[in-house]
Ligand binder design. Structure first.
Ligand code: IMP
Length: 422
């Protein structure tokens, strides 16, 4: 296995957590490399639902080590809460978790600012209000506080003072809100230090050495390529790089150590929040996909927008990330449709375009093909051959058009509803 990266190929919520759980069976170490508690990873084991926001979902596999990489923004309140939840379930999480000492800490003022900015914007992004954008902004402005910065008392205090000197006037002047006190910020950081300080290490050094020893490392992406700040539907994106570049920068592993890039791909498309979505179906088919697929956000509970498979979007993701194999998820949700639509091309202002564009994505008019559907419930299928012929044809069609092998199919929420195509 070596180093394998898991990437969402659409707008997130492709079923990555379930696939990470599947791949974790062969992994020694699981690393999250970007994003923060905006992600909501749902894994169902023996019918019991687990939702993770920060801790890699692979933690449910005994014997694996989980790492929160330097590219992740760590909300200390959320992290402590998740650890405690797992500890209450008998999982000794702090014996198997490391946090990068270079990861930035996401503090209450980041969350408050995220909410205030969303409220003030006329053209809303529809963020998760988890403070992601403001925390990454502080990282770029070089006023962020990193995990490794809280161990030296004098330095930590200096960082807090610098951060609040910039943040508080913004709250008071721009948003007419009260600022944050030094004491509350310092206390939170010290609580985090006491609870999780021992988990902080230099993760690139650790991962490099473990990779050299031949350990199998799984890099777990959050969100998806179309939400990438560079390659997505800007400005309706998240503030990090869910794409392969983010995996390298956010883990510190060098690119030559990556062997496989698995693109987790839903058999249709969803998006939560605002922004362009060329194949969105605002009619009864979209509603049917939402209800059948249980398409409601794991973090915010918001209904997800639903639509049809988009070939150009996938080709864009494959080009950028070098996807070596695809795991196709939620194929079962398509059961019952007379025909299944697939967007095979685009035009903008009447002009045909042959790629996913960087701008004017809201003007895209998709060109559809229709494929015959199937009516059988396929959740019990355990092999490709067991699928109805039209479902097999749909999978073949996607694989042949994208020219990337589909190696795994998921036909239901539980671990058992997954099979490999040999
Ligand atoms: P933020 O990441 O909270 O700043 O939100 C920016 C955009 O990314 C919004 O449209 C969110 O709905 C979307 N987003 C963030 N995290 C996820 C995720 O885990 N799944 C799907 N969409 C997400």
């Amino acid at each position: 296995m070596g180093c394998t990266v898991i990437i969402g190929t659409q707008w997130g919520d492709e079923g990555k957590a379930k696939m990470i759980d599947f791949y974790s069976q062969k992994a020694d170490i699981i690393v999250r490399y970007q994003g923060g508690a905006n992600a909501g990873h749902t894994v169902v084991v023996n019918g019991k639902k687990h939702v993770f926001h920060l801790i890699p979902s692979g933690i449910l596999h005994e014997g694996t080590v989980c790492v929160i990489g330097n590219g992740v923004v760590v909300d200390p309140v959320q992290l402590i809460e998740e650890c405690q939840l797992l500890e209450n379930e008998g999982i000794d999480v702090r014996k198997r978790l490391y946090i990068s000492d270079a990861a930035h800490l996401l503090l209450p003022f980041h969350k408050e600012l995220d909410g205030a900015m969303e409220e003030a914007r006329s053209n809303k992004i529809g963020t998760t209000k988890r403070g992601i954008g403001p925390c990454y902004a502080d990282k770029c402005l070089r006023v962020g506080i990193r995990v490794g910065d809280i161990f030296d008392e004098v330095y930590c205090k200096e960082r807090i003072t610098t951060a609040l000197a910039i943040k508080n006037p913004q709250f008071e002047r721009c948003y007419n809100r009260e600022g944050f006190t030094f004491a509350e910020t310092y206390d939170l950081l010290m609580t985090f230090k006491d609870y999780a300080g021992a988990l902080a290490i230099n993760t690139p050094y650790y991962l490099y050495n473990e990779a050299k020893k031949g350990k199998n490392i799984l890099l777990e992406g959050a969100q998806g390529n179309a939400l990438d700040i560079d390659h997505g539907t800007y400005p309706f994106v998240t503030s990090s790089n869910p794409s392969i570049g983010g995996a390298i920068v956010g883990s510190g592993l060098n690119p030559f150590m990556i062997q496989d890039v698995v693109g987790i791909t839903k058999a249709y498309v969803t998006r939560v929040g605002e922004g362009p979505f060329p194949t969105e179906d605002k009619g009864s088919d979209g509603e049917l996909l939402r209800q059948r697929g249980g398409e409601f956000g794991a973090t915010t509970g918001r209904p997800r927008r639903c639509g049809w498979f988009d070939i150009e979007l996938l080709k864009h993701t494959i080009r950028i990330n070098g996807i070596t194999t695809i795991a196709l998820t939620k194929l079962d949700v398509l059961s019952g449709f007379e025909t299944i639509k697939v967007a095979v091309g685009y035009s903008i202002n009447g002009k045909k375009i042959d790629h996913f564009p960087s701008a004017m994505q809201d003007k895209i008019v998709p060109v559809y093909e229709e494929h015959p559907g199937w009516h059988e419930d396929i959740t019990g299928c355990t092999s490709f051959k067991a699928l109805p012929v039209n479902a097999q044809n749909y999978v073949h069609y996607i694989q042949d058009t994208l020219q990337v092998p589909i190696s795994i199919i998921s036909v239901g929420p539980d671990r058992v509803n997954t099979f490999e195509i040999k």
